[in-house]
Design a protein around this ligand. Structure first.
Ligand code: B12
Length: 311
């Protein structure tokens, strides 16, 4: 193996956190306490981890969720962890792109069936299983977004009723809320403020961006739906967040999104980056980065963190 091959198989701590759902803080603590996952240091001092540790760390995350203590499982091999949890060997979900797409479609249809029957147990169990199998980022990009788009078309065609649409978004909202809050607890990193504009009634875009942001070192302050503009500005001016995330679902009333977001931009320090997503986000506003998917946002967050000198 050449030096270049070796480097290709190494990933940053942020990437490892995103692929496994284990926070960067926890990974550092484990490395200090248990010597694993073991990193190499670049000349710059940044940590790099072998990619092949990802399935083992996902198995550890799963064991912790099942109630095992970190001290019992963190040093286990993949085979030991699979034995412990009664799991079949992990299959790489990215082995063929086609198989991945069709299995995602099947999964979404299974959840739609659950929505028809208001079967929240099956849906939430399915969310947990998929999250554990593919990790947080892929859960959002390949499962949650397609599901909510499918709910939207189901509602438009009359296949799903309004109560079923509400039921579906409530199941997903509560799941995403519990996940990002878990990832965000006891963090002391840089600050990300998350808000919507006055009149906003769609919460999923902001919740999904909270999940993706919580895979970084950021500590999130979450203001949620329908936030008065002056309160977003006052909170930002008090806590000086490095990042403000806004989600705008439609050209909602009573406020024109362009006016709202520009008013916020003008009232905030230029040190606070503003990222906005959702189909109601206006194009190319000065000082506002429009983001239309979570893979890009995740990559952007990695680069952004490097500019903050976080290792
Ligand atoms: C779920 C949903 C609801 C739920 C919301 C529940 C909740 N707690 O969120 C309920 C049932 C309550 C609802 C209500 C209504 N809804 Co609705 N709803 C939707 C639906 C299906 C999903 C919306 C959503 O969450 N999208 C998910 C986001 C994640 O998608 P996105 O905006 O495209 O954003 C993408 C990216 O930009 C990124 N992103 C989003 N935000 C952010 C933020 C950051 C920081 C980053 C990095 C990225 C990012 O994420 C997405 C990834 O692809 C959409 C249809 C659809 N397919 O989107 C309709 C939709 C948004 N609703 C619509 C409408 C009209 C309504 C109602 C007015 C209906 C009515 N007549 O009562 C009401 C609103 C009532 C009110 N008072 O305002 C319309 C809006 C049309 C328009 N252009 O104005 C849509 C598009 C449906 C349609 N085709 O007509 N709705």
């Amino acid at each position: 193996m050449t030096q270049a091959d070796k480097m290709e198989n190494l990933i940053s701590i942020g990437e490892l956190a995103r692929l496994t759902g284990i926070t960067t803080h926890t990974l550092r603590v484990w490395e200090k306490r248990y010597g694993t996952p073991h990193s190499q240091r670049l000349p710059s001092g940044h940590r790099r981890y072998p990619k092949e540790d990802v399935p083992r760390l996902r198995a550890i995350a799963k064991a912790l969720e099942a109630g095992y203590r970190a001290s019992k499982v963190v040093s286990g091999t993949l085979e030991e962890l699979q034995g412990l949890m009664g799991l079949k060997p992990f299959i790489d979900p990215t082995s063929t792109e086609e198989a991945k797409v069709s299995s995602n479609e099947l999964l979404v249809e299974r959840w739609i069936k659950g929505i028809h029957g208001y079967d929240d147990d099956a849906i939430l169990q399915g969310f947990h299983q998929q999250w554990n199998k593919v990790g947080p980022l892929s859960f959002i990009v390949d499962s949650a977004v397609p599901l909510i788009e499918r709910v939207g078309t189901g509602w438009e065609s009359g296949e799903l009723t309004i109560p079923q649409e509400h039921f579906a978004t409530e199941c997903l909202s509560s799941f995403l809320t519990s996940k990002w809050r878990q990832l965000n607890s006891r963090k002391e990193g840089w600050t990300a403020l998350m808000a919507t504009l006055p009149g906003e009634t769609h919460s999923l875009g902001l919740l999904m961006s909270a999940v993706v942001t919580s895979l970084s070192n950021a500590k999130i302050i979450y203001l949620g739906l329908n936030t008065p503009l002056e309160d977003v500005i006052a909170t930002a001016n008090k806590y000086n967040p490095e990042l403000l995330c806004i989600s705008i679902s439609t050209g909602n009333k009573p406020l024109d999104p362009e006016d709202g977001i520009l008013k916020i931009r003008k009232s905030l320090s230029s040190k606070t980056k503003i990222v906005s997503g959702g189909r109601g986000t206006p194009e190319s506003l000065p000082g506002v980065l429009k983001m239309d998917n979570f893979t890009k946002f995740n990559d952007w967050l990695g680069d952004f963190e490097n500019t903050l000198n976080v290792t």
